[in-house]
Design a protein around this ligand. Structure first.
Ligand SMILES: [Cu+2]
Length: 122
């Protein structure tokens, strides 16, 4: 006899199996400045650590002021000796709210993206 609960459990198992390749995708693990943080010290760069190694040629970080063009200096680059961390240098940022938009392509060619904010307080 197949109970509704058994049907639910087998469906859940199927979903987990189907989703398992996603575990190899590059997701944001942590960043500097931290997601949602506020500090009076303007960060010299945004550094994002991903859960997987990424392809820098196909990965981007954009940093935008609340209203306006990108404020970053130069193109993102991998941290030396760390294929999981992407860094983009920043000019001296005035106080404000900044949005970081990232697109990552992991070494298995899967694409992920996300955005977060940080604040430079006066
Ligand atoms: Cu993947």
């Amino acid at each position: 006899m197949v109970t509704p609960m058994m049907r639910f459990l087998s469906l859940a198992a199927a979903v987990l199996l189907a989703a398992s390749p996603a575990w190899a995708h590059a997701f944001l693990q942590h960043s500097t400045p931290p997601v949602g943080s506020a500090s009076s010290v303007a960060p010299p760069a945004v550094a994002i650590s991903f859960t997987e190694a990424i392809e820098p040629a196909f990965s981007t970080i954009e940093v935008h002021a609340a209203e306006g063009p990108a404020v970053q200096a130069g193109t993102p680059h991998l941290a030396p000796g760390n294929a999981r961390q992407l860094i983009v240098d920043l000019p001296k940022l005035p106080p404000g709210i900044y949005t970081v938009i990232w697109h990552a392509t992991s070494v298995d060619t899967h694409k992920t993206s996300g955005r977060f904010e940080f604040t430079v307080t006066p």
